[in-house]
Design a protein around this ligand. Sequence first.
Ligand SMILES: *Cc1c(COP(=O)(O)O)cnc(C)c1O
Length: 248
Amino acid sequence: MSNSDDLARIDEISSALESVRTRLSQACSAAGRSMSDVALLPVTKFFPASDAKILYDLGVREFGESREQEAVAKVADFGSTERVDEPVRWHMIGRLQRNKARSVAQWAHSIHSVDSARLVDALGRAAVDVLSDGGRTEPLRALVQVSLDADPSRGGVPVADVGVLADRIAATEGLEFAGLMAVPPLGSDPDVQFDILRRTHDAVLRTHPGAVELSAGMTGDLEAAVRHGSTCVRVGTALLGSRQVIST
Ligand SMILES: *Cc1c(COP(=O)(O)O)cnc(C)c1O
């Protein structure tokens, strides 16, 4: 990239970040909530580490990634830059295969997309190993991904299975059960979906009062998510632009 391209990208991302922060603050006041109760998690998937660095320079310290291989490369690339002196936290928000658990335990602060007992066990073993060899200092925060339409191909567990998986995470060494996450089915009414999610979360909080995180809301539906108790909106498109469609 030439220097002027760099500057144009900085301008673009900086004004997008400002608009998203304004949007989030309006959503919070409309819902009678404090802006400090809802974290903005910029999603950098499909975009280069240089974009994450621009966000970093604008004050962002947490990033979401959804594809394991891409994330490992980006985290390394990002970490090798001289401009990074404060620690950042990377969140895994996409579907994960068990054989990638060890890698994720090395780079992720949190994983939002836990959806099977076998994945819980693999993540726990991996986190314990990485904790003992000094590769991380805190347990891996794990959120259960809820499937609101019970379509297993999109990831997540049906509402009825959330409690059992939550108990399993809470009982697993190396993990900290942090809360719930969901992505409403395409074409659904987000208010209806996030209301189901909130009620599911309320039920979980009765047995796991510390699991306060509710990761809900993206570019298209963050206002609805904030109305229904989201504590973390994961925003990609509104910050970095449209992702190229890459077939996998
Ligand atoms: C890509 C992604 C996002 C960001 O979506 P946008 O619509 O681009 O804001 C949020 N959550 C998950 C799980 C994602 O995979």
